[in-house]
Design a binder for this molecule. Structure first.
Ligand SMILES: Cc1cc2nc3c(=O)[nH]c(=O)nc-3n(C[C@H](O)[C@H](O)[C@H](O)COP(=O)(O)O)c2cc1C
Length: 148
């Protein structure tokens, strides 16, 4: 059966939105994908998906974006029941707490009983070819996890 993958992103200036589109293109031939902006995403619906990929920038001093806070708080109440997940995000090494939102989301999705199927990927601002290769590898790991 074709797996369903929820792609949830937070993006202010467009990099993480573009990453969501890139991932969807990578996954499209082998999965049903839905992209949702994080303020519109319902954390309680996540266990219905076969996999969830969360993509976020980091804001303030190493914090989640404001529009991701509700989703993150709700996630604390959710039992993901081993739903597969992966996390990635473009943020910036110019900031002290590089990509901390990726860390917070990874920790919380694990705490909520998700099954992490790929190492989290942090990207410094615009992705270069190596970064996109890491994103593609993450996509492949998610797809491969359905075969195991
Ligand atoms: C006010 C402000 C604060 C930021 N704080 C952080 C931070 O603490 N850590 C970090 O890694 N990046 C930080 N960033 C960088 C963004 O996460 C980065 O530009 C990211 O690529 C934006 O993604 P987007 O294009 O999807 O909005 C900050 C950016 C701004 C404008």
């Amino acid at each position: 059966m074709t797996p369903s993958i929820q792609i949830i992103f937070a993006s202010m200036s467009g990099r993480n939105r573009a990453l969501a589109g890139h991932l969807q293109a990578q996954l499209a031939s082998r999965a049903q994908t839905v992209i949702t902006e994080i303020s519109q995403a319902d954390a309680f619906e996540l266990p219905k998906a076969d996999a969830v990929i969360v993509i976020s920038y980091t804001y303030h001093d190493g914090e989640l974006p404001d529009e991701a806070q509700d989703f993150f708080e709700d996630l604390k109440e959710v039992d993901l029941n081993r739903t597969k997940f992966a996390v990635l995000g473009s943020s910036s090494k110019k900031h002290l707490h590089f990509g901390r939102a990726v860390d917070y989301l990874t920790i919380q999705l694990n705490s909520s009983n998700g099954e992490q199927v790929a190492d989290s990927v942090k990207i410094d601002q615009d992705p270069d070819a190596d970064d996109l290769a890491r994103v593609d590898q993450l996509a492949q790991r998610v797809l491969k996890s359905f075969e195991d």
